[in-house]
Design a binder for this molecule. Structure first.
Ligand code: OGA
Ligand code: MN
Length: 287
């Protein structure tokens, strides 16, 4: 196994490993350490099936089950595997309204996966089955770099803040309203604004489109604070763009990044991804 850093201390490419085979203990330990350090790992040339992707995901924790996202589940498949695709069952390309309904467009804004859940996804594994020749990159913010670049006085003011995250906020940001049932099912969740990786000691901001307002202050300034921070983290100096090749498998650490999908010619090209989330071990805050 050969791990090569990508650029500016963010991301690494991993070669000379076959993800169809079980990992050795040594490989698993090295990859967990690399994920801590590089945050984004890319494995090119891995033509793996869904079961193999699940097997690989299990090295990083417990895969998330997606019960509600019926449209995105593979028909007859495992609820832990999401198909992100602009292709219809009959092989034609979907209309924009269908894509919006399925939440595919919802990933166009900066977010950390499932940060609106009490136990969010720690890692996400995305496998590129079909990718457009141009566009459709996945962009990442190095949330450690964004934290590090803040002045000390600002860090002091932010360090212990807690922010409300909700599915409702994330959907509203892309113009979709939750049903009353969904609103009851998915109440806002308090999350820390700053997270520390216990193994590297590095701190990172934790927020994205699901964040609505900082708690412990009146709501309006709490909302303004979140909006300011969202504008701050999106600066190009913190952003890394990942250009896909077919059979790339990537894994990212949702505790140290935010990410978003980018547009491509949806009505011309297919973009077919298989996605598996891996859960945090516990809620991020003591309740
Ligand atoms: C995701 C996601 C980005 C992409 O699967 O959580 O945000 O580029 N995907 O498809
Ligand atoms: Mn995502």
């Amino acid at each position: 196994m050969v791990i090569t850093p990508m650029d500016r201390g963010f991301g690494a490419t991993v070669r000379a490993i076959d993800l169809r085979q079980p990992l050795t203990d040594r490989q698993q330990a090295d990859l967990l350490a690399a994920a801590d350090e590089y945050v984004l790992l890319s494995f090119p040339g891995q033509a793996i099936d869904d079961g193999q992707q699940l097997g690989f995901a299990a090295n990083f924790g417990t895969p998330t089950s997606y019960f509600k996202r019926k449209a995105a589940l593979v028909p007859g498949g495992d609820p832990r595997i999401i198909s992100l695709t602009n292709e219809d069952a009959d092989g034609s390309l979907k209309h924009a309204s269908e894509l919006a309904d399925e939440g595919i467009m919802a990933s166009r804004l900066w977010h950390s996966d499932n940060s609106w859940r009490q136990v969010p996804d720690r890692f996400t594994l995305l496998a590129g089955k079909e990718v457009p020749p141009t566009g459709g990159n996945t962009e990442f913010i190095d949330m450690r770099a964004a934290w590090d670049a803040l002045p000390d006085s600002r860090k002091e003011a932010l360090r212990t803040l807690v922010v409300a995250h909700s599915r409702e906020q994330g959907r509203a940001a892309v113009g979709v309203k939750l049903t009353d049932e969904e609103r009851q099912l998915f109440p806002p969740v308090p999350q820390p604004l700053v997270r520390t990786n216990p193994r590297t000691g590095r701190q990172a901001l934790y927020l994205g489109m699901f964040a609505s307002h900082a708690l412990g202050m009146p709501e309006e300034p709490g909302r303004q604070l979140v909006q300011q921070l969202l504008a701050y983290i999106g600066q190009p100096r913190f952003v890394h763009s990942y250009a896909w090749q077919v059979d790339d498998l990537i894994i990212w650490d949702n505790a140290q990044t935010s990410h978003r999908s980018t547009p491509f010619a949806e009505h011309e090209y297919r973009r077919v991804m298989r996605r598996i989330g891996v859960l945090e071990q516990a809620p991020l805050l003591e309740r």
